[in-house]
Design a protein around this ligand. Structure first.
Ligand code: SIN
Ligand code: FE
Length: 288
């Protein structure tokens, strides 16, 4: 059963700290219904979807280079975007510091993204369409077995909900379902690295996770029949979830912020629940 741990009030994250990691690792979600990420006055104009450069799905901040990509705006708005995304990244990191103290020191801050457009308006190929149930995998940024833990905030200014569906099936069941499709590692990993198509070498794990993402997303029968549950995220709320193991689909909504963290599976309370260990056990081979 899919578990949602709901935490309310100003000390919500601290109050949930003894249970959060186990709920998240078991494939559940932590929801803060009344934890709003407040925007500053000079950040409000950034909510206009027209700030997008039209090419990228999201506006994002790379924590390593400090660069903001995906927006086509003047220097002043670009600086304001950088401040907003940095503020959110810090906020998300503080939140996880309180919620999952067990992970302290193991979480690696990655991209911060802002999604100004309405989900309903996205016309994308089925493989790119996040309205279809999927687990996350990065095509050009290999993670080598590290977990993808994400913090989201619905910052919609007119009170619009963000609507997701999550799969009721756990990661083990999903891995078994598509076991035969995860295949042997592709031999072109070194070439993709040489050509700059991936940042670093794509591992067998990354390969299997991409295949799992595609297998679920492109399976019309599974999309129709998978046991799933609808979750409403009201404006002014935040949520935390391991998106590499929880099947999710974003159906509707506009204006979300998201912070990605990577974490070595060894830092989990229960390493056996990591997608790396599950895929290795289901496939009967090592993936790193
Ligand atoms: C996704 O991670 O699939 C999209 C989530 C969202 O934008 O709400
Ligand atoms: Fe996703």
């Amino acid at each position: 059963m899919f578990e949602i741990l709901e935490l309310r009030g100003p000390v919500a994250a601290k109050a949930g700290s003894n249970r959060a990691a186990s709920v998240l690792e078991a494939g559940g979600l932590v929801l803060f219904p009344d934890m709003a990420f407040a925007l500053e006055a000079d950040e409000r104009p950034l909510l206009d979807p027209a700030i997008s450069n039209g090419k990228s799905k999201n506006v994002s901040l790379d924590p390593i280079t400090g660069r903001v990509g995906g927006a086509d705006v003047d220097a002043e708005a670009q600086a304001a975007l950088g401040r907003m995304l940095t503020r959110f990244a810090d906020y998300a990191e503080t939140l996880l510091g309180e919620l999952t103290p067990h992970y302290a020191g193991a979480l690696q801050r990655r991209r911060t993204s802002f999604r100004p457009g309405a989900i309903e308006n996205r016309a994308l190929s089925p493989r790119k369409d996040d309205r279809r149930l999927h687990t996350d995998a990065f095509p050009s940024n290999p993670v080598h077995g590290r977990r993808i833990l994400r913090v989201f905030a619905n910052v919609n200014p007119t009170g619009e909900d963000r609507i997701w569906e999550v799969g009721e099936e756990d990661f083990q069941t999903l891995a078994v379902r598509y076991r035969d499709r995860l295949g042997s590692p592709s031999r072109s990993a070194w070439l993709m690295e040489r050509l700059g198509l991936t940042k670093g070498r794509r591992s067998g794990y990354d390969d299997a996770m991409l295949r799992l993402h595609d297998a679920a997303k492109l399976d019309d029968g599974f999309q129709k029949s998978a046991p799933k549950r609808r979750i409403v995220f009201p404006a002014g709320c935040m949520w935390v979830v391991y998106t590499d193991s929880v099947l999710h689909a974003a159906l509707a909504g506009q204006h979300a912020l998201e912070q990605t963290f990577l974490m070595p599976p060894e830092a989990m309370e229960t390493v056996a629940l990591s997608p790396l260990r599950v895929l290795e056990q289901v496939g009967g081979r090592t993936l790193l």
